[in-house]
Ligand binder design. Structure first.
Ligand SMILES: Nc1nc2c(ncn2[C@@H]2O[C@H](COP(=O)(O)OP(=O)(O)O)[C@@H](O)[C@H]2O)c(=O)[nH]1
Ligand SMILES: [Mg+2]
Length: 223
């Protein structure tokens, strides 16, 4: 005869992360920093997007960056080259940043000297979905070379986005991808947000992205 006993072995990892994310948000708010969590697959264009934004807005805003990577600090050094305060965070075997890592990253940045923080998450469309970092805006970037069914295959992360960017439209034809379908899929998942078609290479869509960043700062009048 079997007897059953309930043993609590679980730990609410996401709940603990959420609390730390709220703490990060308070820290950011105290210093008046607006933070963007940039998510998307490896190679979708996240680092290029941040570099382009630094080049466009670096004279009007004081920008800092946290670059999350499994190993090394290649992306961090790309931001450093542009002269902005940067922290590289290595996640090792983890495929996403979490609020605790970002809390440590914040400690290494001159927060009093920043208006904007770009956090480049680890490259994939699954793991970062549930992990809030304390960011104000969630940006999900996808490129046409990932295949035009990539959006419909990953509804969860696109559902959490404040803006979705479909990048590399300059090569859509070459990779046989329908960028408009990707936009429609994104719209079906998340109907009330900005969805931009972009080519960081040709410049298409960048003005709209810059407008989004400025709107998020709520101080467009300064520009
Ligand atoms: N053709 C084309 N290439 C792009 C575009 N955006 C990024 N890339 C290229 O895609 C590669 C990956 O970009 P990167 O920003 O490092 O991607 P990340 O891994 O998401 O940070 C680089 O070789 C970029 O030059 C684009 O709009 N068009
Ligand atoms: Mg990168």
């Amino acid at each position: 005869m079997h007897t059953f006993e309930e043993v609590a072995i679980g730990y609410d990892v996401l709940g603990a992360n959420r609390k730390l994310a709220q703490k990060n948000r308070k820290t950011l708010d105290k210093f008046g920093i607006v933070a963007f969590n940039i998510m998307g697959a490896i190679g979708s264009g996240k680092t290029f997007l941040i570099e382009t934004t630094i080049q466009r807005l670096g004279k009007s805003f004081r920008i800092g960056a946290i670059a999350g990577d499994v190993v090394a600090r290649l992306d961090a050094s790309r931001f450093e080259k542009l002269g902005i305060p940067t922290t590289g965070l290595n996640t090792g075997k983890e495929c996403h940043l979490d609020a605790h890592l970002v809390e440590n990253g914040l400690l290494k940045l001159p927060l009093e000297a920043l208006d904007i923080l770009f956090i480049e998450n680890v490259g994939n469309l699954i793991c970062p979905t549930d992990y809030e970092l304390g960011e104000h805006k969630r940006v999900v970037m996808v490129s046409v070379s990932e295949g035009d069914d990539i959006v419909e295959k990953h509804p969860l992360i696109f559902g959490t986005a404040d803006i979705i960017i479909v990048n590399k439209i300059d090569i859509a034809q070459a990779v046989n991808a329908d960028a408009d379908k990707m936009v429609r899929d994104a719209r079906t998942i998340n109907s009330r947000i900005d969805i931009l078609k972009m080519s960081l290479k040709t410049g298409e869509g960048i003005d709209e992205w810059i407008d989004f960043v400025k709107k998020s700062m709520n101080i467009t009048a300064r520009i």
